[in-house]
Design a protein. Structure first.
Length: 422
């Protein structure tokens, strides 16, 4: 019996036409992750404290702090790692602290710099740009580096724009902008402030002959007004769509946000319920847009008699963020670097064997205890890829476990990129 098709070409054309706006929306506003590296943390430092050896200096200080407290394997025990896991993680963390102790660095002209007058900040902005250029040329800069300038609220707007201009213009005059250049707009309260930032960087691109879209920026989510606006909608959910492709990340600001909701200082934390609610909204707002997420910081530093408890707290909070899909966070002190990397590496190493089996079974179409769908396979590949890129696991180790190299993992984690490239 011949197959009977009832719908005509005209019917399909009608369906295509009715979905055209959706197709355009998905293509323009929901491109997915671009497959580039996401740092596991951002270090904030007052802008005038940066030197060409800053990253190496912090790595040495972090390693010294933990060695003086019994070493990296003892740290692993403090973070709940068993002996075998701690022994596997410790040498990798030591190598990280020696070779790439800071993945992302933000030279801070906002809270970490304060109001020192225009002449001082002008000079500091120019010096910061020249020092960043020198560090990039010397090979001592972190893979990602940039500035956080003052916010676009009325009292600080002109100062913030001026610092942004001086920093970017000085970099541009020195030659190529750093590949990992990052700009951070803090204390955003409205969509209009983000539109203003889009205008500012667009003009800088025009003035300096940069490709359109070269200057992307992060938005710090530090105010409740960005989560729930005066009209009952969520401004943060609008951001990816009013300036498509311009925002690179949303960073949660632990203490400004908590204080805005009148949470008492003792209870301000990355794991307070108000923090989780805000971050869940942020996560929903950027799903599929390619905008990355970063958790905030803890202000409990591993210094002095309370160092062990502070390391344990920091490690637990890092792990908590990773489990909730926040693969980046803030660090504020060199002594936090060992716990950042130890907790991160343990997270990936603990999950690697099971993830590798599931992914290998999926690729080889081998029946297993879990029947994974393509979306889960992408998540498995992305998990393993993140662990590989940050140094938690080695390329040969991953290849042996999955029978996949980094290129193949990337294609599985980001299939749309592979389709576009071909």
């Amino acid at each position: 019996m011949a197959e009977t098709q009832s719908l005509t070409a005209a019917d399909l054309a009608h369906i295509d036409a009715s979905c055209a706006a959706t197709d355009q929306l998905l293509d323009r506003n929901y491109p997915g992750d671009d497959g580039t590296r996401q740092p596991v943390h951002t270090v904030y430092v007052p802008a005038d404290k940066f030197t060409t050896t800053f990253a190496a200096d912090w790595g040495a200080q972090g390693l010294e702090a933990i060695n003086n407290a019994g070493g990296l394997e003892r740290l692993g025990a403090l973070l709940g790692q068993d002996g075998e896991l701690a022994a596997a993680v410790a040498p990798r963390v030591a190598a990280k602290l020696a070779n790439e102790p800071i993945e992302d660095l933000r030279l801070d002209f906002e809270d970490g710099f304060g109001n020192r007058g225009d002449d001082v900040e002008d000079a500091a902005a120019v010096t910061a740009a020249k020092t960043v250029s020198a560090a990039v040329a010397a090979g001592t800069a972190p893979p990602f580096v940039g500035i956080r300038f003052k916010c676009f609220e009325a009292p600080t707007r002109a100062r913030g724009v001026r610092t942004l201009d001086l920093f970017v213009s000085t970099l541009a005059q020195a030659g190529e902008l750093p590949d990992g250049l990052v700009l951070t707009l803090p204390k955003v309260t409205t969509v209009d402030q983000v539109k203003a930032m889009d205008f500012a960087v667009g003009r800088l691109e025009e003035i300096h002959g940069l490709p359109a879209g070269r200057l992307r920026f992060e938005v710090q989510v530090e105010t409740p007004q960005l989560i729930l606006g005066p009209d009952g909608t969520s401004p943060v959910a609008q951001l990816p769509h009013v300036v498509p492709g311009r925002i690179s990340g949303l960073h949660y600001g632990t203490y400004d946000y908590s204080a805005s909701l009148e949470i008492s200082a003792e209870y301000q934390s990355m794991e307070h319920p108000v923090a989780d609610f805000a971050k869940e909204i942020m996560q929903l707002a950027v799903a599929g847009t390619g905008i990355r997420l970063s958790d905030g910081s803890t202000n409990i530093m591993p210094i002095g008699d309370g160092a062990d408890a502070a390391w344990a707290l920091h490690g637990r909070l890092v792990r908590r963020s990773l489990e909730r899909g926040y693969y980046q966070g803030w660090d504020l002190n060199p002594a936090q670097l060992p716990s950042r990397f130890s907790a991160t590496y343990a997270f990936y190493r603990q999950g690697l064997p099971a993830a590798a089996v599931r992914l290998r079974n999926y690729v080889q179409q081998t029946p297993g205890a879990v029947m994974d769908e393509p979306a889960t396979a992408r998540a498995l590949a992305n998990f393993i890829l993140r662990g590989l890129v940050c140094g938690a696991a080695g390329a040969e180790e991953v290849l042996a476990l999955t029978s996949l190299d980094q290129t193949q993992l990337t294609a599985l984690a980001h299939p749309r990129l592979a389709t576009v490239s071909h």
